[in-house]
Design a protein around this ligand. Structure first.
Ligand code: AMP
Length: 208
């Protein structure tokens, strides 16, 4: 199964992706996670990406496309993958299509997780993640256990200002992927509002 996940920042892609990869036994490939790891390790890629990420802007296509091409060529992604946060622009989608076609394969589904802008800001500003397990919590909507509170991480780009910039980038640069994949007959729209379990059920139904 080769799938991609699109939707605004804070739509729940990361939370749902973690569940889907278990269910379908495919690797979860998140370009945001890959960039954050590069920033943490202080690599040249991380240094280049950090300035864009902190401003809520997209990292340039040529950097991102190279990173994903290398990742999907690895052994664990040969039979399938779930791409989360990539593609985010039409040139990235075209590059992905080309890379897959060169291997004689293609995408099976594109999931669009739909959530209104006003809910996104509330979700993002309260979001915290556990660096030990990767679990994503929300201070109000999905409260973490009290004993792990001290180790939770608040992403640098999860402020209201960076969130609004990321929403602007989503509408300007990523939303055009919706008609792109609709025209290819791959798009599956899923309502992302509700409890995580309800959203998972909708996704599984959409993929069935
Ligand atoms: P995410 O965790 O998916 O919200 O990504 C966090 C940040 O990483 C984004 O705001 C961008 O700065 C950068 N990023 C992640 N994926 C991409 C992509 N496909 N194209 C460009 N920038 C990206």
């Amino acid at each position: 199964m080769r799938m991609i996940f699109i939707g605004p920042p804070g739509a729940g892609k990361g939370t749902q992706a973690a569940r889907l990869v278990d269910r379908y036994a495919i690797p979860h490939i998140s370009t945001g996670d890959m960039f954050r790891a590069a920033v943490k390790n202080g690599t040249p890629l991380g240094k280049k990406a950090a300035e864009y990420m902190n401003a809520g802007k997209l990292v340039p296509d040529e950097v991102t496309i190279g990173l994903v091409r290398e990742r999907i060529a690895q052994d664990d992604a040969k039979e399938g993958f779930l791409l989360d946060g990539f593609p985010r622009t039409v040139p990235q989608a075209e590059a992905l299509k080309e890379a897959l076609a060169a291997d004689g394969v293609s995408l099976d589904a594109v999931l669009l997780l739909e959530v209104d802008d006003q809910l996104i800001v509330d979700r993002i500003v309260g979001r915290r993640s556990d660096p030990e397990t990767g679990t994503i919590y929300h201070l109000q909507f999905n409260p973490p256990p009290a004993e792990i509170m001290d180790r939770l991480v608040h992403r640098k780009d999860d402020t209201e200002e960076a969130c609004r910039a990321r929403l602007d980038a989503y509408h300007a640069q990523t939303a055009p992927l919706v008609p792109f994949y609709d025209a290819e007959g791959l798009l599956k729209r899923v309502d992302g509002v509700g409890k995580p379990d309800q959203v998972t059920e909708r996704i599984v139904a959409a993929l069935a």
